[in-house]
Design a protein around this ligand. Sequence first.
Ligand code: HEC
Ligand code: HEC
Length: 152
Amino acid sequence: MTQFRLTAIFAACLAGSFVFAQSVPELSGPSPDPMEPVPAAPLERFVTDDVRQMRAYPEQPPVIPHSITGYQLSVNANRCMSCHKREHTEGSGAPMISITHYMTREGQMLADVSPRRYFCTQCHVPQADTAPLIENTFTDMSEMGATGAGSE
Ligand code: HEC
Ligand code: HEC
């Protein structure tokens, strides 16, 4: 009897995993052979209207509102810092990298960008106006019932 029950549970799990596998075809390779090479779709055009976007939550790395095509970002050269470094912001009009970018992981303040914040595009990305691959149910925390101080 126990064995029968276990077999039934196993069968149910197996059936469940097939249903799941069928609901996300866009994120896997072609069927029946997902390893078969297919040509990649062309990259979408990035939004480069220079309008700084609202952050979805306070600690979000802001998205990049300008073109970064051809900007070198390597161990030897950091094109981003030529505008976003504190010393260059007056001439470039770019917002300075924030204070956290000068801090080591021990919280020590450096004169220049900290190694852990050197490769900007690790966290900051440009945006393209495309349909999301899967449904997104993100809700802004300000819409979750709590009203903040000074909001009335
Ligand atoms: C030629 C100067 C210049 C360079 C180079 C540059 N930026 Fe910018 N960046 C700006 C300016 C000016 C703004 C303000 C918005 C605008 O005008 O596009 C900005 C805005 C941003 C913002 C939005 C900040 C916010 O608070 O919304 C991010 C993020 C950013 N840049 C990241 C980068 C990264 C990463 C690179 C390198 C790949 C880079 N920038 C290279 C000038 C520059
Ligand atoms: C490890 C992730 C990470 C890396 C790497 C990183 N940033 Fe950021 N950046 C953030 C986060 C998170 C914020 C928002 C909170 C904060 O300021 O720490 C931010 C904020 C900013 C802002 C907005 C500052 C403000 O006061 O409005 C600019 C501009 C920026 N980053 C530029 C850069 C540039 C240029 C580089 C590369 C030299 C870089 N960031 C590397 C995570 C990162």
